[in-house]
Design a protein around this ligand. Structure first.
Ligand code: SF4
Length: 276
C-alpha cells in the first residue's frame, strides 16, 4: 500500500446525518449489505408496508439536529414512487438542511416497474426538494466484484443512465467506493476512471463493515485502508468534495487522521427511523 504524505493541521467537518429507511426488506441480496432483510421477489402490493410520516413523528427526532437527511432502503417497496414524492415534499416543508434521497438503484427500479421515464422521475424528486441522489449502486465497478457482491442489482450502464439523467435535470449524483482488501490496483484504476469520466458532484468513502453480512468471513476495512483510499481519491480529484462514512468511535481521532489524509467531512449517523 502506497501512503502519500499527510496534510498537517487540516480541518474536517463532522456532519450529523439523519437516516430514514423506506423499508428494511430487499430482494437483491447484496453480499455486503447490513441494511436489508432478504425477501424473495414479490409483487409491490404484497411487500410489507414502508415508512410513513407517522413513524417519523412517533420517534420525535429533532430534524434540526442534522446537517443532512438521507432517505434510502431496500427494493421490496410496497409504495409507488408518487407516495415517496409526497413524503419528501412534506419533509422538505419542515427541514432546511441537505436532503439526499434514493440512489440510481431505486430510481431504476421505479423506472422499470412503473414504466416512467428517468427524466420524469428525477424531475419530480427535484420538485420535491431533493438536493442530490445517494451513491447506492456505485460501491463496486469491476465485473468480477459486481458478480460476487451485487449480481442482482442494476448493470453499470443502467446506473450511469440514471446518473446522467440526474445531471441533466440539475439534481446531481454521488459515488462511493466500498473500501477493503478487495480493492487492488485493477479495481482502483477502474473506479477512478469512472469518476473522471462521469464527474460526480461528490465522493464518499465507505469502509466495508462485514459484521452481520454474508461477507462476514472477510475482514472489515482497516483504518489504514480507509486512509489510503482517501489519499488516492484526493490525488485523483483534488477539488471534488470527499466525505467519509464513519459511525465508529472515537470520532475525534478518526476525524484528525482523515482530515490529514485529505477528506473534507465525516458523515456520522445521529438518528435513524425505520418502519419496523
Ligand atoms: S440493493 Fe441496496 S438495500 Fe438491497 S441488498 Fe443491495 S445494498 Fe442492500
Amino acid at each position: 500500500m502506497r501512503m502519500p504524505e499527510l496534510r498537517a493541521g487540516a480541518n474536517l467537518d463532522i456532519i450529523p446525518v439523519g437516516r430514514l429507511t423506506t423499508t428494511p426488506y430487499c430482494w437483491a441480496g447484496c453480499a455486503f449489505c447490513r441494511l436489508a432483510r432478504p425477501l424473495p421477489k414479490v409483487r409491490m402490493t404484497d411487500a410489507p408496508a414502508g415508512l410513513t410520516l407517522a413513524h417519523l413523528a412517533a420517534r420525535g427526532v429533532n430534524l434540526d439536529q442534522t446537517a443532512q437527511i438521507r432517505l434510502r432502503g431496500g427494493l421490496s417497496l410496497r409504495e409507488p414512487f408518487d407516495y415517496w414524492i409526497h413524503f419528501l415534499r412534506h419533509l422538505r416543508a419542515q427541514y432546511q438542511g441537505r436532503l439526499i434521497a434514493f440512489s440510481p438503484v431505486e430510481i431504476w427500479q421505479f423506472h422499470v416497474l412503473e414504466r416512467r421515464s428517468l427524466r420524469d422521475l428525477l424531475h419530480l424528486l427535484k420538485w420535491a426538494g431533493v438536493d442530490l441522489l445517494g451513491p447506492g449502486g456505485s460501491e463496486t465497478w469491476t465485473p468480477e466484484l459486481r458478480a460476487r457482491w451485487t449480481p442482482h442489482r442494476l448493470e453499470p450502464n443502467e446506473w450511469l443512465s440514471v446518473a446522467e439523467a440526474a445531471r441533466q435535470v440539475g439534481l446531481g449524483f454521488s459515488m462511493a467506493p466500498i473500501i477493503g482488501a478487495h480493492m487492488g490496483e485493477t479495481e482502483w484504476n477502474e473506479y477512478v476512471a469512472v469518476i473522471l469520466q462521469h464527474d460526480p458532484q461528490e465522493l464518499e468513502v465507505k469502509p466495508l463493515n462485514s459484521e452481520g453480512t454474508r461477507w462476514a468471513a472477510h475482514d472489515s476495512a482497516s483504518i489504514l485502508e480507509t486512509v489510503a483510499a482517501i489519499q488516492r481519491l484526493r490525488e485523483a480529484t483534488p477539488s471534488l468534495p470527499l466525505y467519509v462514512c464513519w459511525d465508529e468511535q472515537p470520532l475525534d481521532d478518526a476525524a484528525a487522521i482523515f482530515a490529514a489524509a485529505g477528506a473534507d467531512g465525516l458523515l456520522t449517523s445521529v438518528w435513524e427511523v425505520t418502519p419496523a
